[in-house]
Design a protein around this ligand. Structure first.
Ligand code: URA
Length: 182
């Protein structure tokens, strides 16, 4: 069953619908090499209606190109939570659980070969990890859709600098081999 985009774009299942400007659904080709899944839209995305169009996105797609040979238009890009939390706070468990069925429908529709979760919130929500991203980045998980990998959120690399950046680069080289094999 195809996802009801009209219902998603007018969703009021949680209170983020009160403060958001737009539901950021995500976009990309069907059957892509990669589905990139972040945490939730930030200010630029809430205004622009597309995921990862701010500074984090610029870094992310440069790294994906350099380390995994993937361009943005080869990826379907979305978030575990589709609406911006006020002041970019971490989504609550309730918001994550409420939004989860939308992501499940997207995964079933999009059928990516490989999934990349960015940061703690996405990695925990998608792969059920209890440990933080410092322990789970670079691990390969199995989803119904196929293999999945977690790495740091690019915002963490922007904040913390070269150590996190190098860890992300190493994770994305693992991603490259997953995509080649999938
Ligand atoms: N951070 C995210 O997790 N997602 C976006 O779309 C933008 C920034």
């Amino acid at each position: 069953m195809a996802i009801d985009l009209e219902a998603l774009s007018t969703c009021t299942r949680c209170d983020l619908s009160i403060t958001r400007q737009r539901v950021v659904i995500g976009s990309g080709p069907a059957g892509p090499a990669l589905m990139v899944i972040g945490e939730a839209p930030g200010r630029s995305e809430d205004e622009g209606g597309e995921p990862f169009i701010g500074r984090s996105g610029q870094l992310l797609f440069r790294l994906l190109d350099e380390e995994a040979g993937l361009s943005r238009d080869q990826c379907f890009v979305t978030n575990v939570v589709k609406c911006r939390p006020p002041n970019n706070r971490t989504p609550t468990r309730h918001e994550l659980a409420t939004c989860r069925p939308w992501l499940a429908e997207q995964l079933a529709d999009v059928r990516p070969r490989v999934v990349l979760a960015l940061g703690n919130t996405a990695a925990r929500s998608l792969f059920g990890y209890e440990q933080g991203i410092g322990h789970t980045h670079g691990l390969v998980a199995r989803l119904d859709s196929g293999p999945g990998l977690a790495t740091y959120h690019p915002a963490a690399a922007l904040r913390s600098g070269s150590v996190v950046l190098e860890l992300m680069r190493a994770d994305l080289r693992i991603l490259r081999s997953l995509v080649q094999k999938a």
